[in-house]
Design a protein around this ligand. Sequence first.
Ligand code: MN
Length: 427
Amino acid sequence: MPNPTPKSWLPSANTPHCDFPLQNLPYCAFRTEGMHPHIGIGIGDSILDLNKLSRTGLFRKLGWDIRSACRSNTLNSLIELGTGPASLLRETLTHLLSTSAMPAQVDKVKPTLRPIEGAVFCKPVSIGDYSDFYASIDHATNVGKLFRPDEPLLPNYKYVPIGYHGRASSIRLSGEPIIRPSGQIKNRSSEAPEFCPTAQMDYELEVAAYVRGGRWIKINEAERYLFGISLLNDWSARDIQSWEYQPLGPFLGKSFATTISPWVVPIEALAPYRVPLASRPTGDPTPLPYLTTTEPSAIDLHLEVFLTTQSMRGASLPPHQLSTANLRDLYWSFPQLIAHHTSNGCNLRPGDLLASGTISGPTEGTKGSLLEITQRGTTPLTLPNGETRTFLEDGDEIIFQGHCERPGLPRIGLGDCRGTVTVKKSL
Ligand code: MN
């Protein structure tokens, strides 16, 4: 495990509540003046431009393949190089940004930094395929109770990680407006559905992993196929979803938009926060051998969801916290999801995205969607300014945040994942 104490020569990286200390170094992509996007890493209040840094001579020992990956518009080339080169790059960056860097090195790094404030981010990865899972047993149980009070969990849940193939083309970057979708909606009173805007716009708190390529990946090797993680909002139109989902699962109720945060936190940065997957309650079946691992494969990652409405922002009220959760509460871990996804011979490609599914916890205040919080719209929630919500209204903004924290270690944050619900201006 790397020494957790080194500090950066960049003062903003050493402040206690900073999301991006030297131990994080999350990747991103950002627009440069009139140029193609560059990839970079977050440090303190700044972005280090990897494209620029690769031209300073400081990467001479790293090899042309890593230098070339640093000059790409997305992280795909770096992901494709595998764990060795990515770790080598990370070690080099850690050294160059730490107080142990030589003054001559610092002088070369400084001009490659730019402020995060004012940066225009781009999608960090060109995502070929996106799959969404259902790995939180608390979420599955909460939702199951709404539809089947007598049998909330279906008999397959504890054996097979449930998932579906999502839509990569409509993945949006944090901050892009989310246009309220229209679709077939059937009210209980009428026999036929009508085509109209959704009245049940919802979010889903999720964490997503960018993966390396491979198939038939063994559970004990699955860890090294993880490149990094981001926050993900799987926007859902519940009324469209409930009419269309049988028998083949979600379709247009989900595919209109999915928001990702701009930062990709490397899996190496999360090493100090790895914890064993929670042991299964007595009576639960042991996973089949291809899904069984003794490695610690959960991540102790604290998550938060906030809502602001148009009138809250007008009155300068702070965002209201809707819930918290922790990634360690998942029933299925990311290595299990990777092993399962590829177990039939399906190939993952570098930069594919696997999302956890809505993350809810076992206690009050840990429900990861409005569907659960308002009991499918039957118990509205009241906001501090007296407004109520069952589902999202136009102008509502949803913000996700996440961080790892442990005494003696610096805090590592994931940055924000934001989206505001808007209406389509014209047809
Ligand atoms: Mn989902």
